[in-house]
Design a protein around this ligand. Structure first.
Ligand code: UT7
Length: 338
């Protein structure tokens, strides 16, 4: 590691659609109730991108623009943009390409990364490598998902869970060499596909009247097996990254968990021995925004973080995919997100 640069987050930005979908609104759509949703998931409301002319790339572009404004740099100085998403604007061109045009990041190359709720962690690890190797100076990693475009609002088992949002970070070499991404454990197991997927529209089930009639263009989830796998895997990997780096619960300043279910978050924190006061939780306001949850937390908590603090970022999601990243916060107080 000594000859490599340390890839650090030097700006963090979120973008939320203005329209809210509350539990009371959902009670009018499906047979559900506020008490069930809050007690089983922790969610009270989520944001929905209602403007039919806007898509995942528009949200990602707002994040890129915000990151550049915060750091006082031109979007033209960005070298690479990675967009983690399961709701791309279209199969191709990539959402990253579209977001680059919309944000003015015209010199960047880019690509989309598909790893569902672990997309941000997979993309952060990937983007960090380009900084560490010294080949790139400025890499943007965005998690952006317009989940409302693939959610079936007649299915009470899934429609209460998801929301739309984008958030992301700018990665640059850490000036001190001390802060930034320190370690990552990332895992995947395609056998999880049967429990969480969107089966229609791809090369296996190309769009047809039949696939539309069978609702194959919506997200499908068998919640119980996903829950069981999430509780175990997210907790295990979060503990493992602490253990292999000799970190105690006292060393951890913040757990930044994927926001799918408050019960999964609590199980992870318990396994790590970390108290609720050190866990970033905003699921009640936004629900599960898939690739955006973790950077959205970082953005909301940025004004409480100080350089050198140890953060453990953890996720579990479709694929299955899961993982944990240990990083040391690098943004000084005065340049924090507005
Ligand atoms: O981020 C991607 C990864 N995804 C996750 O991590 C999600 C993991 N899974 C979960 O978070 C939970 O499994 C859910 C929140 C999706 C469901 O919670 P659960 O405690 O596993 O409930 P369940 O699926 O076992 O359903 C319990 C009952 C059922 O009724 P019966 O069969 O007991 O009569 C469901 O039909 O709750 C019923 N139910 C609902 N009731 C009111 C399911 N959805 C609803 C609803 N409102 N929205």
């Amino acid at each position: 590691m000594s000859s490599l640069q340390s890839a650090a987050i030097t700006a963090v930005q979120g973008w939320l659609p203005p329209d809210k979908l509350t539990n009371a609104d959902l009670e009018k759509l499906v047979d559900t109730n506020d008490e069930w949703i809050r007690s089983r998931t922790g969610i009270s409301e989520r944001r929905i991108l209602k403007d039919p002319t806007k898509a995942t790339s528009d949200m990602a572009a707002e994040v890129i623009k915000g990151l550049c404004a915060q750091r006082d740099i031109s979007p033209e100085s960005i070298d690479l943009v990675i967009v983690a998403t399961v709701t791309p604007d279209m199969f191709f061109p990539s959402t990253a390409q579209l977001a680059c045009v919309k944000s003015g990041a015209t010199n960047a190359w880019g690509f989309d990364l598909s790893a569902a709720c672990s997309g941000f962690l997979f993309a952060l690890r990937t983007g960090g490598q380009f900084i560490s190797s010294g080949t790139h100076k400025r890499v943007v990693v965005v998690g952006s998902d317009k989940m409302s475009s693939i959610v079936d609002y007649t299915d009470r088992t899934t429609c209460v869970l998801f929301g739309d949002a984008a958030a992301g970070v700018l990665l640059e070499a850490d000036a001190t060499g001390e802060n930034g991404i320190r370690d990552a454990i990332l895992r995947s197991d395609g056998r999880g596909a049967e429990y969480l997927r969107m089966p229609g529209g791809g090369s296996l089930n190309p769009p047809s009247h039949e696939t539309v009639d069978a609702k194959m263009h919506y997200l499908e989830q068998d919640g119980k097996p996903v829950f069981k796998a999430a509780v175990t895997s997210m907790a295990d990997v979060s503990y493992e990254i602490m253990e292999r780096n000799g970190l105690t619960a006292d060393d951890v300043s913040w757990l930044v968990p994927h926001q799918a279910n408050l019960r999964i978050i609590d199980a992870t924190a318990n396994r790590m021995g970390v108290g609720r006061d050190k866990v970033m939780i905003n699921i009640e306001k936004y629900g599960n925004t898939t690739a955006a949850t973790i950077p959205l937390c970082l953005w909301e908590w940025a004004d409480r973080l100080t350089p050198g603090e140890n953060l453990i970022l953890s996720s579990f999601g479709g694929g299955f995919t899961w993982g944990s990243i240990w990083l040391k916060w690098a943004i000084p107080q005065q340049t924090k997100a507005e």
